[in-house]
Design a protein around this ligand. Sequence first.
Ligand code: 5RP
Length: 222
Amino acid sequence: MNQDQLKQAVAQAAVDLIVPQLTDRSIVGVGTGSTANFFIDLLAKHKGFFDGAVASSDATAERLKGHGIPVYDLNSVSDLEFYVDGADETNSHLELIKGGGAALTREKIVAAVARTFICIADGSKLVERLGEFPLPVEVIPMARSHVARELVKLGGDPVYRDGVVTDNGNVILDVHNLMIGFAPDVEAQINNIVGVVTNGLFAARPADVLLLGTKDGVETLK
Ligand code: 5RP
């Protein structure tokens, strides 16, 4: 199987996992990226069995609406049973690096609200130690240089993601060569820099379930 087929397999596994648990009042949190897109397309086949979705990006909202799935503002939703999203990296503790698609802040907000965060990823995303993938940091535009200097003090090499503006109107710094020891501490330390909106480490709130696509099939890690 190629990478896209693995992404499709884990997206189908997520659909198989959640659909039997949905009711006509359920609202599903939906992530961003190519794996999440496979999930949206497969979930759409069951759109009569749940109420709607909360989207983690404008792109995801558009795709959901394109399938006729109602999209709700998170503020109008009190209970979100599932959030399904991809990742750029995961370790065996289900701590993640996300934000390759620049949607990290909204993804982290929806994940925080959901009772169960299901991460769907092809096997190449599983790593021994997080940080080979440059860590995305969403930054208020006027703070870009200040935040970059602070990230250098932490040992990283921040690179401005040229031409990218997030759905929140901010910019992204991708931090290369960062030593990520205890991920929850690094996540908090970077979020404490003035001007940072959030960073792509999902360690304080890791995934609850990882559906990992391998050549031997979809593995479930909890
Ligand atoms: C977007 C993300 C994505 O989940 C991450 O980039 C993985 O993307 P893909 O499923 O295309 O490999 O965090 O901000």
